[in-house]
Design a protein around this ligand. Structure first.
Ligand code: NDP
Length: 285
């Protein structure tokens, strides 16, 4: 039985893939596949395999004893095993223009969207100073005319190695102590209004694309701390496994992966979780 969620965290059932356009790196689709189309194919395949799907968001789960109890709106079910695949939500900045131009030159995933024609040979802006922002900026140098990182402080949070790679890349510029105030543009992103945090002065800069890389929020609130997580809230799993600290509960995909975050890696750990859940049931009934 699959609870696919109903606009959980403001995102349609299918999760983050439904917020992206073309997925270029999923095997089996040599010319790419639409994010929504891919989730529809997953859904149909689950149904073909006998999955019952409920379009409800799980509000809470009781993992104290097996069978576990899962609560969704006005129903509850008991489960002998549970796979948590609730993903993570990319954080966005709520500034004027950001909602209106979302997916019209604004993205929260450079690896998913960076290769789209709309970003080709344009000055691209990345917000954030962590490992993700550095990684995405490096990736975007293949497509943009230039890449500028808008960093709100005067230091990067990223690892030293990643910092080094960014600081020595000719195509990447860092705008230190700079925060986004407004996204400008009619049909597509055309520029940004930014504030210099040192002087408080605002200015407009030209931009053909904007990427939020200010972190992700793993979707674990419904678990209410019952599973062990790392400092960023990602569910911890055993080495080479999707097993969590609660026997019979497995976690896969972006809710436990802060490094790769791709549809194909999520599908891979999803397969691991299904096999491990099946083996768990064989052993424990
Ligand atoms: P982080 O939380 O590490 O970094 C977020 C960045 O965004 C920080 O620079 C932060 O600034 C900035 N930020 C946050 N909120 C705002 C805001 N409102 N306005 C402007 N800037 C903002 O997130 P990451 O996604 O980069 O990384 C998460 C974890 O995943 C880390 O542990 C990281 O090491 C790991 N990771 C590892 C990778 C790898 O090993 N290849 C790749 C990607 C991630 P400030 O510093 O001022 O708080």
């Amino acid at each position: 039985m699959l609870y696919e969620g109903f606009m959980a965290g403001g995102v349609a059932a299918g999760g983050q893939l439904t917020t992206t356009t073309d997925v270029e790196n999923y095997p089996g689709f040599p010319t790419g596949v639409g994010g929504i189309e891919l989730t529809e194919l997953y859904r149909q395949q689950s149904i073909n395999c006998g999955t019952r799907i409920e379009t409800l968001t799980v509000d809470r789960a009781d993992l104290n004893e097996r069978p576990f109890t899962v609560f969704a709106v006005d129903q509850s079910v008991r489960a002998r095993t549970l796979i948590v695949a609730t993903g993570a939500t990319a954080k966005r900045l709520d500034v004027p223009g950001a909602d209106r131009l979302w997916q019209k030159g604004i993205s929260a995933c450079a690896v998913c969207d960076g290769a789209l024609p709309v970003f080709r040979d344009k000055p691209l802006m990345v917000i954030g100073g962590g490992d993700t922002a550095c990684e995405e900026s490096l990736f975007l140098t293949r497509y943009g005319s230039s890449v500028t990182m808008l960093v709100r402080r005067d230091v990067l949070r990223a690892s030293k190695t990643m910092q080094q790679r960014v600081l020595t890349n000719d195509k990447i510029r860092i705008a230190w102590q700079t925060e986004l105030v407004e996204v400008l543009g009619e049909q597509l992103v055309g520029g940004l209004r930014v504030r210099d945090n040192a002087s408080g002065r605002e200015r407009e800069i030209e931009a053909g694309g904007l990427f939020f890389a200010i972190g992700h929020q793993p979707n674990t609130a419904f678990l209410d701390g019952q599973l062990d997580t790392d400092d960023n809230g990602y569910v911890l799993t055993a080495a080479d496994s999707t097993a969590t600290n609660v026997p019979g509960v497995f976690a896969c995909g972006d809710v436990q992966d802060k490094v790769y975050r791709q549809a194909v890696t999520a599908a891979g750990t999803g397969c691991m979780a299904a096999l491990e859940a099946e083996r768990f049931l064989d052993r424990h009934g």
